[in-house]
Design a protein. Structure first.
Ligand SMILES: *[C@@H]1O[C@H](CO)[C@@H](O)[C@H](O)[C@H]1NC(C)=O
Ligand SMILES: *[C@@H]1O[C@H](CO)[C@@H](O)[C@H](O)[C@H]1NC(C)=O
Ligand SMILES: *[C@@H]1O[C@H](CO)[C@@H](O)[C@H](O)[C@H]1NC(C)=O
Ligand SMILES: *[C@@H]1O[C@H](CO)[C@@H](O)[C@H](O)[C@H]1NC(C)=O
Length: 444
C-alpha cells in the first residue's frame, strides 16, 4: 500500500483532499531553562522556550495556545521542581482554572503532571501559569526538558463541519477533598466535559458508549503525608496503577493507558486502600480523562491506518545507563509495531503521533528516563523521593517518518517498580493522522 501511495503522489493528494482526512492541530512545547517564580508573585506564565512540535501552525505566541478552530482538545502538562523547592502550576482556559499541578519533595526534585479535555471555541486561550502568590522553581536545561505542554485536537465541534466529532470524550475532576474507601471508585464531582453523558457522577464509572480505541489519563494528589494509590479498572479487571508518597507534603501521581473497549464496558479509577485526596475549587489535582480515538466501525472500514500501542512493566527491572526500557505487558499493539525484545516502537506509517510515558521507582530509587526519536532527544522524566517510591511522567506529539524508532531510555541506573498486578511504568503512543504526502516526498 505504501509503495503505491508514494509512487502516485499527485493522485493520492487528490484522493486525500476528496476524502478530507481530519488533520488535527497538535503541539508540544518544552521549557529548557530554569524558571524561578518568587513567593508573592502574581500569575506568571511559563514561557516555554522550545517548540518540540507545532503541527498545522498552532497559535502558540508566548507559550499560550490560542484556539483558531473550534473543537475538542486534549492537553497534558508535566513539570519538575528544583531540589527542596515547590512547584505550583495551573492550566487555564481563558480566566478559568481547569487543572493544577503540585510538586515538593524534601531533599530532592519532585515531578508533577495533569491532563484534561476541553471543548474550545475560536479565540479561547489555554495557558500554563504559576499559582498566584506561590513560589515555583522549575528545573530545566537544554538537554533536560521536564516541563512540557502538549495539546491535540480530537475533532471539530463546528456545527455542520465535515469532521464534527461523534467520538466520545470526557474529563472530570475533584474540586473538593474526598476520602475514598479501598476498592471503591473515586467520585469525581466536577464534569469539565462529557460528550455522551457517559460518566456517572454518582458511581464514578465511565460506561463506554461505542466500541473502539480509547485513551485514558488519570492524576491524583493525596493529603499531606498520605499515600496516593489508585488503580484503573476495566470492568472488574485490573489494568494499571499510580502510587506516591512523600514526607511532609502531598504526593501526586499519574498514568496513561490506551485500550480497545466494547460498548457498555466500564472504566473506573479505584482506591487501592482507604485514602484521602486533596481538592478544592481553586486546586484541582485529581482528574480522570478519556477519549475515543477511533470507532470499531472506522477500524473495520480500513480507510485510514489505525496505529496504537500501550505497554507496561509487570516486573521489577533495573535498566542500565543509556539502555532502553523494555515493557513486557501489552495492553494493545495494533500493528505489532512495539518490539518487546528491543523496547522500540517502529513507526509503521508516516504521520503525527502522540506519546505518553510514566514510571515508578523502587523504594528510595531514582527514576530518570528520556524519550528518544531515533537518536534525537525529546524530553525526560526524573524523580527521587528519599525513603519512598518516586514517580513521574511526560508526553510529546511528534511528526514521524515510517521506519523511525521511538523509545524510552534510562539515564543512570534506574530501578523500575513493577509486579504483574501493580503496573506503574507505561509507554503509550498512537497515530493522530497519517501525514500528508507532500511532506514525506519532500523529506525523502
Ligand atoms: C500583585 O497584584 C496586586 C493586585 O493587583 C498588586 O497590588 C501587587 O503589587 C502585585 N504583586 C506583584 C509582586 O507584582
Ligand atoms: C476503611 O474505611 C472504612 C470506612 O469507609 C472503614 O470501615 C475501614 O475500617 C477502613 N479500613 C482501614 C484498613 O482503615
Ligand atoms: C448513575 O448510576 C446510578 C446507580 O447505578 C443510577 O441510579 C443512575 O441512574 C445513573 N445516572 C445516570 C445519569 O445514568
Ligand atoms: C536513600 O539512598 C541514599 C543513597 O542514595 C542513602 O544515603 C539514604 O540513606 C537512603 N535513605 C533511606 C531512607 O533508605
Amino acid at each position: 500500500m505504501m509503495d503505491v501511495k508514494l509512487i502516485f503522489t499527485g493522485f493520492l493528494i487528490f484522493i486525500i483532499k476528496v476524502q478530507g482526512q481530519f488533520d488535527p492541530i497538535a503541539f508540544t512545547l518544552g521549557q529548557d531553562s530554569n524558571v524561578d517564580i518568587q513567593n508573592g508573585a502574581n500569575d506568571t506564565k511559563i514561557p516555554f522556550t522550545v517548540v518540540i512540535t507545532n503541527h498545522r501552525q498552532a497559535n502558540l505566541n508566548s507559550g499560550v495556545f490560542t484556539c483558531t478552530e473550534e473543537g475538542m482538545y486534549k492537553f497534558q502538562v508535566y513539570s519538575l521542581t528544583w531540589s527542596n523547592t515547590n512547584l505550583f502550576l495551573e492550566l487555564y482556559v481563558n480566566s478559568k482554572l481547569v487543572a493544577s499541578l503540585q510538586g515538593h519533595t524534601p531533599g530532592d526534585y519532585a515531578a508533577a503532571g495533569n491532563a484534561v479535555i476541553l471543548p474550545l471555541k475560536s479565540g479561547d486561550a489555554v495557558k500554563v501559569m504559576s499559582r498566584s502568590q506561590y513560589a515555583s522553581n522549575i528545573f530545566g536545561t537544554p538537554d533536560q526538558i521536564y516541563t512540557t505542554f502538549t495539546g491535540v485536537q480530537l475533532g471539530s465541534l463546528e456545527l455542520g463541519a465535515e469532521f464534527s466529532t461523534t467520538l466520545s470524550a470526557f474529563s472530570v475532576s475533584l474540586t473538593q477533598q474526598q476520602d475514598v474507601p479501598g476498592g471503591k471508585p473515586v467520585l469525581y464531582n466536577n464534569v469539565l466535559v462529557d460528550v455522551n453523558g457517559a460518566y456517572n457522577v454518582t458511581t464514578g464509572v465511565y460506561t463506554v458508549p461505542s466500541s473502539g480505541l480509547y485513551i485514558f489519563h488519570f492524576f491524583s494528589l493525596a493529603l499531606r503525608n498520605k499515600d496516593v494509590w489508585q488503580e484503573l479498572y476495566h470492568n472488574n479487571q485490573y489494568v494499571c496503577s499510580i502510587y506516591e508518597r512523600t514526607d511532609q507534603d502531598s504526593a501526586g501521581a499519574g498514568n496513561t493507558v490506551l485500550l480497545h473497549l466494547k460498548r457498555k464496558d466500564q472504566i473506573s479509577i479505584r482506591a487501592h486502600q482507604n485514602h484521602s485526596l486533596y481538592g478544592a475549587t481553586n486546586q484541582i489535582y485529581s482528574t480522570f480523562t478519556g477519549a475515543q480515538l477511533v470507532t470499531d466501525a472506522d477500524m473495520r472500514s480500513g480507510q485510514e491506518p489505525v496505529i496504537a500501542f500501550s505497554v507496561g512493566l509487570s516486573h521489577h527491572a533495573t535498566v542500565a545507563d543509556h539502555y532502553k526500557v523494555i515493557f513486557d505487558r501489552v495492553f494493545i499493539d495494533l500493528q505489532h509495531a512495539y518490539d518487546q525484545k528491543t523496547g522500540e516502537f517502529i513507526v509503521p506509517v508516516s504521520g503525527l503521533y502522540e506519546f505518553s510515558y510514566h514510571a515508578l521507582g523502587k523504594r528510595n530509587g531514582t527514576i530518570w528516563l528520556e524519550l528518544f526519536h531515533n537518536y534525537r532527544y525529546v524530553n525526560s522524566l526524573y524523580s527521587h523521593t528519599p525513603g519512598h517510591f518516586a514517580t513521574g511522567g511526560n508526553a510529546a506529539v511528534l511528526e514521524l517518518d515510517a521506519g523511525d524508532v521511538i523509545y524510552v531510555n534510562a539515564r543512570g541506573n534506574v530501578d523500575l517498580f513493577g509486579v504483574f498486578n501493580r503496573i506503574y511504568c507505561t509507554f503509550t503512543g498512537y497515530l493522530l493522522n497519517a501525514v500528508d504526502n507532500i511532506e514525506i516526498i519532500g523529506k525523502k
